[in-house]
Design a protein around this ligand. Structure first.
Ligand code: ADP
Ligand code: MG
Length: 232
C-alpha cells in the first residue's frame, strides 16, 4: 500500500504504539492498536475515560505521531512525510470536531466555515457560496451572520461540524462531540453527523460515552489494554 488506493480503507492504523513518560514511569496507552475505517461507515469508539480515545483520534488525524506503527490515509503511509505534507493532508482529507466547538469568537458562523477553505487557497466567492450551502444543509441557513456567542450550544456544534467538512474530507473524527449537550440537542447534532456520512460517504469515528448514540452507528469498537477491540 505505497500509493493511494481506492479499495484501501480510508484510514488504517497499523500496529500503533504510544507511550507517555510520567516521571520515572512509562505509561503505555496504545499497545499494537489496529483499526480500519471505511468510506461511508460510522464507527463509535466507546471506552472509559483515560483509556486513550483522544490519543487514538489524534494519531489517526495526524495531529500526533505514534512511537511505533504506521498511519495509512487512503492507502498511503504517512510516517515518512514532511510536516508540510502532513499539514496538507490534515487540511484536505481530515475533519475534526471536538467536545467544545473551538470556533473563533470574533468571526461569524459563515467566516468560521470559510476559514479552512481560504487557508487552502480556494477563491473567496466560492468559499462563501460553499459555506452557505453547508450551513443551510445543517439547518443554520438563518444563522450565518451570528457569532459563536450568539448561538446555542447545539448550533455552535453544528457550525463546528460544517467547518470540519468544509474541505470535503475523506474522514471525520469527532471527540465526544455531544458531551456538552443536553440529550435532545445531542440527538440533533448526532443526526447531522450521520446525515453527512450518508450524503458524502465520509468515514466517521466518534469517541462517545453515549451508548444510545453508539447503538445507532454502523459499528462499535472499544479500547482494552491499549488495543482496539470490536464490540457486538
Ligand atoms: P481518553 O480520551 O480515553 O480519556 P486520553 O487519550 O486523553 O484518554 O489519555 C489516555 C491516557 O494518556 C491518560 O491517562 C492521560 O493522562 C495520558 N496522556 C494523554 N496525553 C498525555 C501527554 N501528553 N502526556 C502524558 N500523558 C498523557
Ligand atoms: Mg478524550
Amino acid at each position: 500500500m505505497e500509493q493511494g488506493d481506492n479499495d484501501a480503507p480510508v484510514v488504517f492504523l497499523h500496529q500503533i504504539h504510544r507511550r507517555y513518560r510520567q516521571g520515572e514511569d512509562t505509561l503505555t496507552i496504545l499497545d499494537n492498536a489496529q483499526l480500519a475505517l471505511w468510506a461511508g461507515q460510522s464507527v463509535a469508539l466507546v471506552a472509559p475515560s483515560g483509556t486513550g480515545k483522544s490519543t487514538l483520534l489524534h494519531i489517526a488525524g495526524l495531529l500526533e505521531q505514534p512511537d511505533e506503527g504506521e498511519v495509512y490515509i487512503g492507502g498511503a503511509a504517512t510516517s515518512g512525510l514532511s510536516d508540510a505534507e502532513r499539514t496538507r493532508i490534515r487540511r484536505t482529507e481530515i475533519g475534526f470536531v471536538y467536545q467544545s466547538h473551538r470556533l473563533l469568537p470574533e468571526f461569524s458562523a459563515l467566516e468560521n466555515v470559510m476559514m479552512p477553505q481560504m487557508i487552502r487557497g480556494l477563491p473567496r466567492k466560492e468559499t462563501i457560496q460553499r459555506s452557505k450551502e453547508i450551513l443551510a444543509y445543517l439547518g443554520l441557513g438563518d444563522r450565518v451572520a451570528h457569532r459563536p456567542a450568539e448561538l446555542s450550544g447545539g448550533e455552535q456544534q453544528r457550525v463546528a461540524i460544517a467547518r470540519a467538512v468544509a474541505n470535503a474530507p475523506r474522514v471525520l473524527f469527532a471527540d465526544e462531540p455531544t458531551g456538552n449537550l443536553d440529550p435532545h440537542t445531542a440527538d440533533y447534532v448526532f443526526k447531522a453527523l450521520m446525515q453527512l456520512v450518508r450524503a458524502t460517504q465520509v468515514a466517521m469515528l466518534i469517541a462517545t460515552h453515549n451508548m444510545d448514540l453508539a447503538a445507532r452507528m454502523d459499528r462499535r469498537v472499544s479500547l482494552a489494554d491499549g488495543q482496539v477491540i470490536e464490540l457486538d
